[in-house]
Design a protein around this ligand. Structure first.
Ligand code: SF4
Length: 103
């Protein structure tokens, strides 16, 4: 067998293995792709801004019923990050008093 035939065979086998593995990416938990640690509710700035992981349980009168992290201008959808809390992820249905409607 020629060297080029072996190289082609190796290439085809690797391509087939890579293609077969693609659906496994869908099984990865979302946080495996976006690896920011969750914002602790005990974080001093989070406490100061009344951050809560479930906005519907907020007791802040300034919160509007339809305001959540996932429609806030500071939310980074790809990582569930937040520009106000760099290095942390926030809960999409969370909220804090820095919320501003995403435009
Ligand atoms: S600034 Fe916006 S995205 Fe960040 S925690 Fe507050 S409400 Fe959520």
């Amino acid at each position: 067998m020629k060297t080029t035939d072996l190289a082609r065979r190796r290439f085809l086998l690797r391509s087939a293995a890579a293609t077969a593995a693609l659906p496994l990416l869908a099984l990865l938990p979302k946080h495996a792709l976006a690896d920011l640690p969750p914002l602790p509710v005990t974080n001093a700035q989070a406490k100061a801004l009344h951050y809560i992981e479930d906005a519907t349980k907020s007791d802040q009168s300034t919160r509007k019923p339809d305001s959540f992290c996932d429609n806030c201008q500071f939310h980074v959808a790809a990582t569930n990050g937040c520009a106000i809390f760099p290095g942390f992820s926030v809960t999409p249905k969370g909220w804090c008093s820095a919320w501003a409607l995403k435009k």
